[in-house]
Design a protein around this ligand. Structure first.
Ligand code: GDP
Length: 181
């Protein structure tokens, strides 16, 4: 990987809306490849924040839990991802994406527990908030933060579709980098 100053890793289950979120953050339609076939992102994709040369990178990790991939390939990904998350010295935190309408899933919880175990700080982003009906919104938010065991303020709710929460998330990311500088 190229040299960077600081990195945030984007972690999430396949199909959680990670590519769509990256595009919304960058204000581009096809920066990150979105696909109806989950698991399409098989590499570590690096996105540098403006300005060029800032040394601030978002590192997009392959989505986990894509069942159609063979065991051997899954293990290869897992090794790569775990190696990166445990060994990368520039990495300051994981941004964990949870499907706001249905998460966290058991696989999400497993990932979060593993990140706790390796001592990597975590921030949470709940995606697809547009899919939660207004009448269910409060209950859904309570349920999600209770499952994660965090304060409401630790979860940023976003929608790549409507743009809700995107400017705020950009601010969170900039602040995370600033705090480290
Ligand atoms: P990835 O596998 O995590 O990169 O997920 P994608 O960004 O490819 O999105 C997976 C599916 O969820 C696609 O069908 C997207 O159109 C849909 N999706 C992503 N973000 C949103 C969102 O904010 N709202 C809604 N309603 N659907 C979304």
């Amino acid at each position: 990987m190229p040299d960077s100053e600081v990195e945030l890793a984007l972690v999430g289950r396949s199909n959680v809306g990670k590519s769509s979120l990256l595009n919304a953050l960058a204000n581009r339609r096809k920066l990150a490849h979105t696909s109806k076939a989950p698991g399409a992102t098989r590499l570590l994709n690096l996105y540098e924040l403006d300005p060029e040369g800032s040394g601030r990178w978002l590192v997009d990790l392959p989505g986990y839990g894509y069942a159609k991939v063979g065991k051997a390939e899954q293990q290869r990904w897992q090794k790569m991802i775990e190696g990166y998350l445990t060994e990368r010295s520039q990495l300051i935190a994981a941004v964990v994406l949870i499907d706001g309408a249905i998460g966290p899933t058991p696989l999400d919880m497993q990932t979060i527990e593993w990140l706790d175990h390796i001592g990597l700080p975590q921030r949470f982003v709940a995606t697809k908030v547009d899919k939660v009906k207004a009448s269910k919104s409060r209950a859904r938010r309570r349920e999600l933060i209770a499952a994660l065991g965090v304060a409401a303020s630790e979860v940023r709710w976003v929608s790549a579709t409507t743009g809700a929460g995107i400017p705020e998330l950009r601010g969170d990311i900039a602040k995370a980098f600033d705090d480290e500088a």
